[in-house]
Unconditional design. Structure first.
Length: 151
């Protein structure tokens, strides 16, 4: 079985010109935790996950965020906190996205995809054909398709 047989074709994406705010809004609207970032030719140029946002926050000693920040989107009376949060939300997504993207070809075998997801400890992998994003595969997709016939 190949990637093109199990991938999700309708992929939520971020554009390389998007802000952190728009990406977080997409995460919240669709209950997802990661997005491929594409250029105008739909080529994968980066990948951003909730982990990248957490790592960015953790890297900055002057930026302290409570656990409910992303759910409540800046509540509270602390003007300094609001200013710092607004700066984060205004950043271009390419400032925090991973540019070395792990991806698979549309004709990659499912066994290889499972190995990549497991070895690299990632939840999803974009699928490309001729250098263009055509789908995405999650760990759940691999498990469902691997065991569908025998369960």
């Amino acid at each position: 079985m190949q990637a093109n047989e199990i991938m999700i074709n309708q992929v939520h994406i971020a554009k390389e010109s998007d802000t952190v705010r728009s990406v977080i809004e997409t995460f919240m609207a669709y209950h997802i935790s990661g997005l491929p970032v594409v250029n105008d030719r739909n080529e994968i140029v980066a990948y951003v996950s909730d982990g990248d946002i957490m790592r960015y926050i953790g890297r900055h000693d002057d930026f302290v965020v409570d656990v409910f920040f992303f759910v409540n989107v800046i509540k509270g009376d602390d003007e300094e906190f609001v200013d710092r949060a607004q700066r984060l939300l205004g950043l271009n997504i390419m400032d925090i996205a991973q540019r070395k993207v792990i991806k698979v070809a549309w004709d990659e075998e499912i066994e290889n995809i499972a190995a990549i997801l497991g070895k690299k400890k990632i939840k999803k992998v974009p699928v490309e054909r001729n250098g263009v994003l055509v789908g995405i595969i999650s760990r759940g997709d691999v498990i469902r398709h691997s065991f569908k016939a025998i369960l």
